[in-house]
Structure formats: C-alpha cells, structure tokens
Design a protein around this ligand. Sequence first.
Ligand SMILES: Cc1cc2nc3c(=O)[nH]c(=O)nc-3n(C[C@H](O)[C@H](O)[C@H](O)COP(=O)(O)OP(=O)(O)OC[C@H]3O[C@@H](n4cnc5c(N)ncnc54)[C@H](O)[C@@H]3O)c2cc1C
Length: 389
Amino acid sequence: MASEISSHQDVDPRFTIIIGAGPAGLAVGACLKQAGIPCLILEQTDKVGSAWHRHYDRLHLHTDKAHSALPFFPFPKDYPRYPSRLQMINYLEAYARQWQLEPRFGQQVSAVRPVDGGWAVETQDAHYQARQLVIATGYTREPCLPTWPGQNSFRGAVLHSSQYRNGEPFKQQRVLVVGFGNSGGEIALDLWEHGAQPSLAVRSPVNVIPRELFGMPILAISILQSKLPPRLADALNAPILRAVMGDLTQYGLRPLPWGPLTQIQRSARIPLIDVGTIQLIKRGQITVRPGIEKFTEDEVIFTDGQSSQFQAVILATGYRPRVNTFLAGVQGVYDEAGTPLSSGDESSMPGLYFCGYSVASTGMLREISLEAQRISSTITRKQVRIGTA
Ligand SMILES: Cc1cc2nc3c(=O)[nH]c(=O)nc-3n(C[C@H](O)[C@H](O)[C@H](O)COP(=O)(O)OP(=O)(O)OC[C@H]3O[C@@H](n4cnc5c(N)ncnc54)[C@H](O)[C@@H]3O)c2cc1C
C-alpha cells in the first residue's frame, strides 16, 4: 500500500492518515480496516499503547472491562473486571495484531496543514498527504507542570505523576502528592503500601465516588443515567453516595457544591473513583493538606499557613492534549489551551477528525470506541460519494 508520498504528488482520495497508536488511533484503524478503507497510523514511539507502558505499576482500569473494550474485540474472559496496566498493554498489542494494524513507528508529527483536497502531515524525516486525517494523539499528551515560589531551592525530588513508577524509592520518606485526581489518589495509596508517609495536597473542593455500588461498576450506573440531566442524576445519587462515602469534611476534604456528573459536564474533570485511598485517609495513614503556597529548602508551606518537611513531591496535576503544537496553522478547531473543540465527528475543517478528546461520565475508552465507529462511518460515506462521483 502506498503510504508516504511527497507533498507535490496527487492526493489519493482513498487514503486516511491517523496520528497516534494509542487506543483511539488503533480503534479508528480497526474500524477503517473493517470498512475496507486504507489507512496509515503514524506513531512517534516504537510501540502501540505507549502511554500504558509509562503509567505507574499499580494502575488498573478504573472502568470495568465490559465497558472499556475497543470495537469488535472484547477483553479476554480470564481478565479480571478491572484489567491491570500490563493486561491493557497485552490487549492493545493483541488488538493491533487482530486487525493487522502496522503503525509506522518513530514518526513524530511536527506540523499538519490543509492542502488542496486534503491534509499534509510532516514528521521529522517525511511528508505525507491524505484526504482524511484523524488526530488521536491523546488527551494526556503533555503533563501540566505548575510551579510555586521557592520551588527551585527545594532540595527534595519534584516529579510529575507520569514519571512515577512505584513507591519503592520513597520507602520511609515523607512524600507530598499534589492533586486529588485518580492518579493522585492511587499514587498516595501506592506510596503507603510501599512504606512511605504520604500526604495529599488538595486545593479545591472535590467529589468522591466508589468504583462499585452494590457490586455494580459505577461506570455501568453512569451509563444507565447518561440520558438524565446531570443535576437530576446527581440529586438522585447524593443520598446513596453520602451513605457510602461518609462525611469527608472532617478529614480535610471539602465537598463540591455540585455532584460528580455535573462536575464532569462543567469542568471536564473526572471525580476521584476511590480504590482504597479514602479508607487510608479515614485511618490517618494519608494526611490531607490544603493547596501549596510556596517551597523552602526542605519544607512546603501550605495556604493555611502550616508547613511540613517533605523529601519528595509528586505532581499529580494532570495533562493537556496540546494539539496546537502541531496544528499551529489550523484555526478554529481547538481552544486557546490546545484542546480540540470536537471529538468523534468531522471538525469544522473538512476531512479533519479528532478521536479521544471527550471527557465523559461514561468512560473515555467507551467514548473512544463509539467515536472511532462514527469517524469510520463518516469517512466511508464520503468515500462512497467520491467513488460514485
Ligand atoms: C493514568 C491513567 C489511567 C486511565 N485509566 C482509564 C480507565 O480506567 N478507563 C478509561 O476509560 N480511561 C482511562 N484513561 C483515559 C484514556 O482512556 C487513556 O488515556 C487512553 O490511553 C487514551 O487513548 P488515546 O489513544 O486517546 O491516547 P494515548 O493512549 O495517549 O495515545 C496517544 C498516542 O499518540 C502518540 N502521539 C502523541 N503525539 C504524537 C505526535 N505528534 N506524532 C505521532 N504520535 C504522537 C503517543 O505516543 C501515543 O502513543 C486513563 C488515563 C490515564 C492517564
């Protein structure tokens, strides 16, 4: 299959380029293959699912496998309900094999621009063109790295959660985890399991939900309720969540004035899906602190004026998609922070699609699966039109 063509050659109308060989890029590739549409996946690393190779060791899916599979390929029956990171890697590799997806590795896309009748894509050593272009470079492409006064003078280690593997190097250490997302919550738990003394810096009010309610995955309940207005579903769930989680204010966690589903809708932030962190907080084994004011050589001073010594600080402060870094010349398809304005449908630029940028209560992997199928259907319809023109 011809794939790499110089920018002055004619654009093959049947050709689709996908950037990224994570779950989203693979899912789009499989759907296109199934529809008989030729495609090429460009991936900057040397493997599929590269993000899952880098995540911390303890990670398991927070969403159940029944609602997290990519199109046409369920997770193996012998996997647990919440597959581990390594099982997810095996699954993605098996997925690529099943659909004979052979990404072109070592191709870091540095620029994308519209050209007559299609899209030109530049990597460090090649130019490609295609009629249709799918961007699947991930919501978590670049770590958010906030800074505080005095941080440069701090003698301990400061690392982002993307650099954290496990708690082994932090045994016996006082470690501050900054951020109360799912990575922050689980890393604090992992640190405690490895004999460290973790604290969690939680700047803002939060929502916390259990991974399961009455033996049912919380995701399955969210999917059932997804047709209800979020405020109504939150009002229905509030008494149950209060009974299950208890009053967390006494442990330093202030509740958001709105519920988890409204939170996702308003701020595109997933609440903490608890996998054991809250029990450790209740037992005093993880201490909750407020936001950070500044650092000294060996201390962190918090916004309430209190301070404590720490040997290490782990920034579980999230990520940004930052598609603007390679889409600089394309206007109107992403916001000022570089987050795509659409996901799963053709963008406002003809032939340009984003997949994997919906933060939904129904699970990102589930959304990726649905978006990939929609994108593939749109591309197939367009091709039929071109073919019959
Ligand atoms: C710690 C963590 C746990 C998660 N757990 C869950 C969960 O339990 N359930 C759930 O539904 N979702 C979960 N998610 C969210 C989401 O499902 C995953 O992040 C998933 O991997 C997203 O797939 P993706 O293909 O969109 O992005 P990624 O997996 O990030 O893949 C993007 C790919 O694009 C490549 N790429 C990026 N830029 C370029 C470029 N310029 N040129 C070429 N290639 C490029 C990257 O190397 C990467 O291989 C989790 C996310 C994180 C961070």
